[in-house]
Design a protein around this ligand. Structure first.
Ligand SMILES: [Zn+2]
Length: 399
């Protein structure tokens, strides 16, 4: 059985809250009274990376448009299915294509959301990475959620590591949903339910450190496993300046190629869809005019694709850094004699090799350096510059 809530891993409380809210919204939609506070026009989903913020938001969006029998969110009716497939006309997804969400993006979506729903019961706007809204964008959104149109619901998502990145004025008007990092056993159970064998499932769940999407990729995609191995081989290899420079290069290149493998396919699909929409290949009166007017649209798409490529690269690099941070945490665990839950039990030899040649104070500095590098990348420092500074810091002391 797969209703829209089945994608929420290890979030039982959140599931209950959202189901109740969807049920209340369904009553409101048919003109019934509900208790004050049981349904909200603005939501903010926060939680660590991989906890399923956008999955939760999409599940609620689907349940709001559910037209099935029984409790909203059946997962099989046309409402649920089209929302999950991203084709429901009354659900708009705002995803930053570059590093930020502009005021123009928000104004456009707010204007559309103010109309009555075309098909469903609600106009739903999902803003992923709401922390990437510019100040202007936040202000434009604030106006809309202060006095939301009667049939409009805003669902915002933002990582909990930087709650301040969503303007407090916006946050204070949202109902807050906090997701937690799902425990590895629950992630493993989800993978197993997908048909992955138990050993691979529990290994991938541990290696992904609570990130469900990454656990899936590690379990299924040999390239993703190979990239992880490359990254985890780095710490023990940093014995000379040359090795540090080479490792920085490898990390950045690997993020680039991972991002390229994700975006090339997306780009091609979008370009094809746009060309079809613009009537490429058709002939007859009016075609020339359409094509001339469409040059701007195509250029706009290309611009968004370029900034998405940049962002995907940064996300890939960030995942590599999360793996490295896990490695140094494992080093500290070994040094402390704590054999508890290690992030990378399959790299025990490498972890012990490093634990053997550095002090705990060193290992802690290394861990801090990885976290500082993540921060630098978030603040738009050029990847190669940030990563070279990092690997130079991670250099092992001469034996
Ligand atoms: Zn449904």
């Amino acid at each position: 059985m797969s209703d829209v809530w089945s994608g929420l891993v290890g979030q039982r409380e959140t599931g209950t809250t959202l189901q109740a809210a969807a049920a209340a919204a369904a009553q409101v939609a048919v003109g019934q009274q509900v208790a004050v506070g049981s349904m909200s026009h603005a939501w903010l989903f926060t939680g660590p990376a991989g906890s399923g913020r956008s999955v939760a938001a999409r599940s609620l969006a689907a349940a709001l448009q559910c037209v099935g029998e029984g409790p909203p969110g059946c997962g099989v009716c046309p409402g649920c299915r089209t929302v999950l497939a991203g084709t429901h006309p009354d659900v708009r997804m705002v995803v930053p294509e570059g590093l930020s969400i502009s005021v123009a993006d928000i104004r456009g979506v707010v204007a559309t959301a103010a109309r009555l729903p075309a098909l469903g019961r609600w106009q739903v706007v999902v803003i992923e990475d709401a922390d990437r809204m510019t100040e202007g964008a936040s202000n434009a959104l604030l106006k809309a959620i202060e006095e939301p149109p009667a049939r409009t619901i805003f669902l915002l998502c933002a990582p909990s590591t930087h709650p301040d990145d969503v303007a407090v004025t916006v946050r204070s008007r949202c109902r807050l949903v906090t997701l937690r990092t799902p425990p590895p056993e629950e992630v493993a159970a989800v993978l197993a339910a997908d048909g992955i064998d138990a050993d691979t499932a529990s290994w991938a769940a541990a290696a992904a450190q609570g990130h469900v999407g990454r656990a899936r990729r590690l379990a299924r995609d040999g390239d993703a496993r190979a990239r992880r191995s490359d990254v985890l081989a780095i710490p023990a290899s940093l014995r000379s300046l040359g090795a540090c420079v080479a490792a920085a290069d490898r990390l950045v290149r690997s993020a680039e190629s991972e991002a390229a493998s994700i975006t090339t396919e997306l780009d091609a699909d979008e370009t094809q869809a746009l060309q079809t929409a613009l009537g490429a290949g058709s002939t007859g009166r009016g075609t020339a005019t359409v094509v001339r007017g469409s040059a701007g649209v195509v250029k706009d798409l290309e611009k968004r694709q370029r900034s998405r490529a940049t962002r995907t690269q940064r996300d890939a690099l960030d995942r590599a850094l999360v793996d490295l941070a896990g490695f140094y945490r494992d080093v500290l665990l070994v040094q402390a004699g704590a054999e508890g839950s290690r992030a990378h039990p399959d790299f025990d030899d490498e972890v012990r090799a490093v634990a053997h040649v550095v002090t705990s104070a060193h290992a802690l500095q290394y861990l801090d350096a990885v976290l500082a590098c993540r921060l630098a990348l978030e603040q738009n420092v050029k990847p190669i510059v940030a990563v070279q500074a990092l690997t130079a810091t991670l250099r092992l002391p001469a034996a």
